[in-house]
Design a protein around this ligand. Sequence first.
Ligand code: 5AD
Ligand code: SF4
Length: 472
Amino acid sequence: MYIHTLGCQMNVYDSEMAAALLQPLGYAMTDDPASADLILLNTCAIREKAEQKAFSFLGRLANLKDKNPELIIGVGGCMAQQEGKEILRRIPFIDIIFGTRAIRRLPQMIEQVADRRCRIIDVEMADEIDPFLDTKEGCETDTTAGSGEPNGRVTRFVTIMQGCDNFCAYCVVPYVRGREQSRRAGYIIREIETLVRSGVREVTLLGQNVNSYGRKEDFCTFAELLARINDIEGLYRIRFTTSHPKDLSEDLIAAFRNLDKLCHHIHLPVQAGSDAVLKRMNRKYTREQYLRKVETLRQVCPDIAITTDIIVGFPGETEADFAATLDMIRTVAYDGLFSFKYSDRPNAPATRFSQKVPEAEQNRRLQTVQKLQEEYTLRKNRALIGTRQAILVDGFSKYQDRMDGPGNGIQWTGRTSGNKIVNFSCSGEASFCKSLLGRMIEVEIENAFPHSLRGKPVKRDNLLKGEDTYAA
Ligand code: 5AD
Ligand code: SF4
């Protein structure tokens, strides 16, 4: 089976879940679509561009299907949820359309198609479908091959809730992923314990708005969940995404001080810097409120890295509104940001707003944001030169073959607590250098680039975590 995943981390998680569910049917992952007897595409609907990518991937499958009529092709995810019928109309050789809450029914669908060569659309969203099922439990086999995750097993995503109730005016998520539902803490913890047993050292907890975790269901709070996860032995690091600024609570902020495994990084999407635009976006916070939260975060955790999402060219965004966004970027001095041109989405209210910003102007604003941020990213990275950072080694560096050359040590890569990539070469004992995957080590930062840092291990006893396996 070959799985192609577009879109966000939640889709990566869902693809892994699909792979785990299909293993008992005898499907194993391959990196080569031409040799697969099952191809799944997990789609994204957040912007129009993501949809174009899906159609171009599907278009390329036509000749594989011609060569192998037994090949089963399934399309899932947000775009499948939203436009299932339209996808089938445009690409008639697809066998299965599965929506965002239909993944657990994939094995039955695939068996049915294999038996009867029928076509199936399952975009059922009903809330009684149990999101709390513990499907991944007990599955310690590697389902990451072909999922686009290069380094396998050290860091993993864990979905703690699905759906969204916020209805930001531009956003399709509440329509394609349904109402917000949290998973029970016990299931989340068991899943993480299983991952840790298989060598995972860092988890990123996923939800559209993790801060409202458990609120509807009256489970524990997100901060309490983090505290429980912090106690899991063998887990070194916890990250999470995404936190809606309006719900960023005092106790979550305090968790950055109190929980030793919680990484010093928060992704806090601001979207825009002008109150008028924030209001029309239905974000439910003002610029001042956002800035106050940033200030508190930095008081509690002075070295916290803050990243954000920005939408440029939202309907009605004036030059003055845009200037307020640039000012926001300067005031917060983000460690990094993702920026997007506003894109009309079916169902999202902003699609019906007037005063659309012309594409050429959107492009100009996007470039301005990106250029401004580059300065800050580099400045932030350079400020780390000379410091010592604890990093979790999560794989070989992509420079492995290019830098230093053979004989000059193994090129590894890892991330700082603030989520910055650090490449380094290990020139110590071979047995030590070969065994760094999944270890925490201390490096001194020697150089800074726009997208990464270069460091060197501080000394032989720089192993912060993972001694047990080294001794063995
Ligand atoms: N147009 C452009 N960007 C969007 N995002 C969400 N919906 C849209 C849209 N219609 C961006 C937001 C969000 C990120 C995941 O994608 O910035 O935080
Ligand atoms: Fe979309 Fe807003 Fe929900 Fe995020 S919080 S998923 S932007 S509706």
